[in-house]
Design a binder for this molecule. Structure first.
Ligand code: GLN
Length: 230
């Protein structure tokens, strides 16, 4: 009924630890994705509740109807478009190879033969590594979250990792992880906000309208500036 629609609180899946897009500070979640979805909800007059979870669990949770929306630095891909509908893109990203700072033997993705490469479950990075494992001659090791994946290379347990460029650049700028980016970006992609395919079309319209208004009104730029500076 109309009444139910009005009181509905949309469950929003976010990654657990993915600064500058989402991260916990004290008891609060912060980041570009968090501020953006809150601002969109406010602008369009709907209510949300955050559900932080491992990235790999987000699409399955949507399919199980445990989430209405996902905003998690999620790249718009053809595979995912079979399962979810995406908003208009809100951020440009893409994958890059990362190695230990003092490892001069790996200068690009082509130097990974015989190496262990850490990735995060369910990500575009994991898919890239798996799809190219035979060609590159790599062994792929999977982790549930980005900090665990970074740690694996910092510790020297894996020689490289694949992560989104804006996320690893931010992490390296924030603190010395003993890691460095090598080579060209592996691809270019864009983040979108997801709703379950063919359902929630009204919500998707509101999300797109909200995004457009935040961009026009300057709030989008303000949010980006808060986390990334000028
Ligand atoms: N952008 C990547 C993807 O969509 C990684 C997202 C993430 O780790 N939160 O798979």
């Amino acid at each position: 009924s109309g009444k139910e629609q009005k009181s509905k609180v949309y469950k929003v899946g976010v990654d657990t630890t993915y600064p500058p897009f989402e991260f916990k500070e004290g008891n609060d979640y912060k980041g570009i994705d968090i501020d953006l979805i809150n601002a969109i909800a406010k602008n369009q007059g709907f209510k949300i509740e955050l559900s932080p979870m491992d990235f790999g669990g987000i699409i399955p949770a949507m399919q199980a109807n445990q989430l209405d929306v996902a905003i998690a630095g999620m790249s718009i891909t053809e595979d995912r478009k079979k399962i979810v509908d995406f908003s208009t893109p809100y951020f440009d990203a893409g994958l890059t190879v990362v190695v230990k700072k003092d490892d001069s033997s790996i200068k690009s993705v082509n130097d990974l033969k015989g190496k262990k490469v850490a990735v995060k479950k369910g990500t575009t990075g994991a898919k890239y590594a798996q799809d190219n494992a035979a060609k590159l001659g790599i062994t792929v090791v999977q982790f549930n979250d980005s900090p665990a994946m970074f740690q694996e290379v910092s510790n020297g347990n894996a020689e490289a990792l694949i992560e989104d460029y804006p996320v690893i650049s931010y992490a390296i700028a924030q603190k010395d992880l003993g890691l460095t980016i090598v080579g060209d970006r592996l691809n270019g992609d864009q983040y979108g906000i997801a709703v379950l395919k063919g359902q929630n079309q009204d919500l998707l319209k509101k999300i797109n309208k909200g995004l457009e208004e935040l961009k026009k009104g300057g709030t989008y730029d303000q949010i980006i500036k808060t986390y990334l500076g000028e």
